[in-house]
Design a protein around this ligand. Structure first.
Ligand code: HEM
Length: 403
């Protein structure tokens, strides 16, 4: 009998690891009739395809782009132009042209410079909630912290963060809800594109007039050799904002949940917070923010004994790969001291996450601050609700008792 293959079913949204396990045990390269895609759930297959330079991400989003431009070119001109600047949805050589300036500017030194500010923001937020009995970690800590860090990264005023959060929510509809054709959907995506363009055109003019040591200022210089257009710079900012906001706050939410659900592990971590770097890696592996990412083979390819035709969509199950027993002993067990831990929560190959160092630093600061300030932190007993999307996994809320 075939296992269930609906990644958007309630069961799969609640427990994607269990869903992927059933698929992997049946066939690690599974043809889903429902989604009309191949779902890959074995670590070695997923890793190999990530590393395969002949795979396309542009073709994955290509059909959506074509349809949107054919039907709503004028309405969505800014929203679509933002997507054009997303390195993630481009193949070489365009991908290389868009990635290189960001890679050169977004250096480890830049992340190190941000750490004291991340610590200050975390402290301010934790001080702000400390008198409360119960708080939602997602909206009360994880989301504001990641939004503040993105503002610092790009050199944007902190008061812009409300705008950025709302923007990410509306623009996310384009990424997550691409099958919808309702006018409300189109209008909010169009508005998100227009507003972002307008705001960032102004920010760029300000940075050109008085540059600083932030990423946006550095990008303006670094991208001159690649002759980026203004639209490409704005598109790159939107990619960084989008890629850096939901993912990192998702890790903070699911990480706190996983730790609080495993008190034996948490006691050891609390006793020695220098174990935090390994703990963060395990939290990324155990219940990380990335569920599946898409690739499209440009020529026929064989995977697990299946002939896969050019143009067929592949969903690379990151969360599935990170629970493959062929690579991780007792993958369903949280082990905050797991070593080695070759998880692929940040992807692999040419699209490997450019924000991994920043995300790791944010997580270390956030978890350390939270555990130090609240020794009695525990979950409010309630069923947890997750984002109903194929790509990401994030908690909609995580109520906790602080004291
Ligand atoms: C825990 C947090 C994060 C996770 C789990 C994560 C995960 C990922 C993954 C899996 C990819 C590869 C997607 C693919 O190959 O299709 C990716 C790409 C990317 N990420 Fe992250 N990310 C995180 C945080 C960040 C942050 C904080 C930033 C920047 C502020 C960022 C910027 C990017 C960019 C620019 C790419 C595209 C790279 C390319 O296409 O060459 N990410 N991320």
């Amino acid at each position: 009998m075939l296992p269930p293959d609906d990644l958007l079913s309630m069961d799969a949204v609640r427990d994607p690891q269990g869903f992927f396990k059933r698929l992997r045990e049946h066939d690690p390269a599974f043809w889903s009739n429902r989604h009309k895609v191949w779902i890959l759930t074995g670590y070695h297959d997923v890793e190999r395809i990530f590393q395969d330079r002949s795979m396309s991400t542009a073709q994955g989003i290509g059909a959506l782009r074509k349809r949107m431009m054919a039907e709503h070119a004028e309405l969505l001109k800014h929203a679509m132009s933002l997507l054009d600047g997303w390195m993630l949805f481009n193949d070489p050589p365009v991908h290389t042209r868009l990635r290189d300036p960001v890679r050169r500017s977004f250096s480890p030194a830049m992340v190190d410079r941000l750490v004291p500010r991340i610590e200050r923001h975390a402290k301010t937020l934790l001080d702000g909630i400390k008198e409360k009995g119960e708080v939602d970690i997602v909206s009360g800590f994880a989301q504001p912290l990641t939004a503040m860090v993105i503002c610092d990264l790009l050199g944007i005023e902190l008061r812009e963060r409300e705008f950025l959060r709302e923007w990410a929510r509306d623009f996310g509809k384009l990424i997550y809800g691409a099958s919808s054709r309702s006018q409300d959907y189109l209008n909010s995506v169009a508005r998100a594109g227009d507003v972002f363009f307008e705001r960032f055109r102004d920010r760029i003019a300000e940075k050109r007039a008085s540059p600083s040591d932030d990423l946006l200022s550095l990008l303006l210089t670094a991208s001159t050799a690649e002759r980026w257009t203004e639209a490409e710079i704005i598109g790159a900012c939107s990619m960084l904002l989008f890629a850096g906001h939901d993912t990192t706050s998702a890790l903070l939410g699911s990480g706190v949940r996983a730790m609080l659900q495993h008190p034996d592990q948490l006691i050891r971590l609390r006793a020695d917070l220098s174990l935090m770097p390994d703990a963060v890696e395990e939290l990324l592996r155990f219940d990380g923010p990335s569920k599946t990412f898409i690739r499209v083979p440009v020529a026929p390819i064989e995977i697990g004994g299946h002939e896969i035709a050019a143009g067929q969509n592949l969903w690379l199950g990151i969360l599935a790969a990170d629970h493959d027993p062929a690579v991780f002993a007792e993958p369903e067990r949280l082990n905050l001291r797991r070593s080695p831990n070759p998880h692929i929560a940040f992807g692999a190959g040419i699209h490997f996450c450019l924000g991994s160092a920043l995300a790791r630093s944010e997580a270390k600061v956030a978890f350390t601050g939270l555990l130090e300030q609240f020794p009695k932190l525990r979950l409010v007993e309630r069923e947890h609700r997750w984002s109903p999307t194929v790509v990401d996994r994030f908690l909609l809320e995580l109520p906790v008792h602080l004291n």
